[in-house]
Design a protein around this ligand. Structure first.
Ligand SMILES: Nc1nc2c(ncn2[C@@H]2O[C@H](COP(=O)(O)OP(=O)(O)OP(=O)(O)O)[C@@H](O)[C@H]2O)c(=O)[nH]1
Length: 391
């Protein structure tokens, strides 16, 4: 009588063990199948270029106002090299409708140019936001050269237009980003500090993230400062950008905290950890000029106690045209801008804004944004840009 339960128990154990084995096999098979389909790489965005060994956990040491130490090391990506980026992204300029250069070329190549044709050229330039002054200049130069040189061959017309557009963009301007750390007289390491300013929504935070990748690709060490304390999500967004390339972010744990103190912490951390570049994202509220001036002025003043900014980059949305330009004037006045980042050039046929922005502000365009991808930010190069808009 007593034997029956034991037999049942032993059979149950055998069935369970066997079942477990089958279940294990199924799981293993399913896992194998998922890996074969690439599903096992869900967290690795660009598998061939990852460097898992470079996990940033050791460098994430928060200061008093920073976030807690990351407990899980994210996968660290290797950004695309910066050399040749504009060449790689050039078709983005032509993708936004018919590029300006191509439209001009089609008119300029007509058999004999009438006044109507010249009017059409003028209209194209104005529509592309080249601006009234530069448009007149370009028209006069083209008219003279077409008449004097009798240029008619399509290739010659293209060369002529190319050289005039290059001249308009002022190739002699210094577009280098000052991102070299320096040493103070007492031997203290001073990081290069880049302040990123601009109106909300122009792509500031995205640009800081992309710029961190550009610098990392060039072998530089970077710290990010989330001084846009107005919007908590901006700090989260920045931290995510940083984590992807193993760059720590200094941020406040309190919404509405003093942006100047966050900027100070970030620069101090750059000094203490002998970091090459500190990139500081700022809030771009433009409700009144005095408030903006106070906030940016304080950020510069306070962080300069450690190291003064070597670059103040103004981020402008190329799709906003004249509107963007008047905002730009306010920032240029308030913040002592040293370079322009023109974003969203992939979404507009108004590439001519580059000319106007440089003329109006007397500051060179140093970087351009050509998409929402993490490596869609390129150093601005006049020749490559003109080739891009000529299509
Ligand atoms: N197509 C395109 N979109 C871009 C580019 N640069 C930024 N964006 C997009 O613009 C939007 C706004 O970017 P953010 O970086 O959040 O803008 P922000 O200026 O920091 O805005 P706040 O954080 O509100 O101050 C995002 O959807 C970006 O992906 C670009 O070069 N091309």
């Amino acid at each position: 009588m007593n034997e029956l339960p034991w037999i049942e128990i032993i059979s149950a154990v055998v069935v369970l063990a066997g079942g477990g084995g089958v279940a294990g096999l199924l799981v293993a098979r399913r896992r194998r199948r998922t890996q074969d389909q690439g599903g096992g790489q869900a967290t690795v965005e660009r598998e061939p270029t990852t460097r898992p060994e470079a996990a940033p956990e050791a460098t994430v040491e928060p200061g008093p106002t920073t976030e807690p130490v990351e407990t899980r090391a994210p996968t660290v990506e290797t950004p695309a090299p910066t050399a040749g980026r504009l060449v790689r992204l050039r078709d983005r300029l032509a993708r936004s409708g018919s590029p300006l250069g191509a439209r001009l070329l089609s008119v300029l190549s007509r058999d004999s140019l009438t006044e109507d044709d010249w009017d059409e050229i003028e209209e194209e330039l104005l529509l592309a936001d080249v601006g009234a002054g530069p448009t007149t200049e370009l028209l006069e130069a083209l008219r003279t050269k077409v008449r004097v040189l009798g240029v008619r061959e399509p290739a010659a017309v293209r060369d002529l237009l190319r050289s005039e557009l290059v001249a308009l963009l002022d190739p002699a301007l210094d577009r280098t980003l000052r991102t070299e750390p320096t040493t103070a007289e007492d031997g203290t390491h001073l990081p290069a500090v880049t302040l990123v300013v601009g109106v909300n929504g122009t792509g500031k935070t995205t640009t800081v993230g992309k710029l961190a990748r550009v610098l990392v690709a060039d072998g530089r060490s970077v710290v990010l400062g989330a001084a846009d304390t107005f919007r908590a999500a901006a700090a989260d967004q920045l931290t995510t950008w940083g984590n992807r390339v193993g760059v720590p972010t200094v941020r406040s744990d309190r919404e509405g905290a003093d942006p100047a103190s966050v900027a100070f912490e970030a620069v101090a951390r750059g000094r203490d950890e002998k970091i090459d570049v500190v990139l500081v994202d700022t809030a771009g509220r433009l409700q009144n000029k005095a408030g903006l001036m106070d906030e940016l002025g304080k950020i510069v003043r306070v962080s300069s106690k450690v190291a003064a900014p070597s670059e103040v980059l103004l981020v402008l949305d190329a799709t906003t045209g004249q509107n963007g330009l008047s905002q730009a004037r306010v920032f240029a006045e308030v913040a002592g801008v040293t370079g322009i980042v023109l974003t969203k050039l992939d979404g507009t046929a108004k590439g001519g804004i580059v000319v106007q922005v440089q003329r109006e502000l007397g500051v060179p365009v140093k970087l351009i944004g050509l998409g929402e991808g993490p490596d869609d930010l390129a150093p601005f190069d006049v020749d490559e840009f003109v080739d891009g808009i000529l299509g």
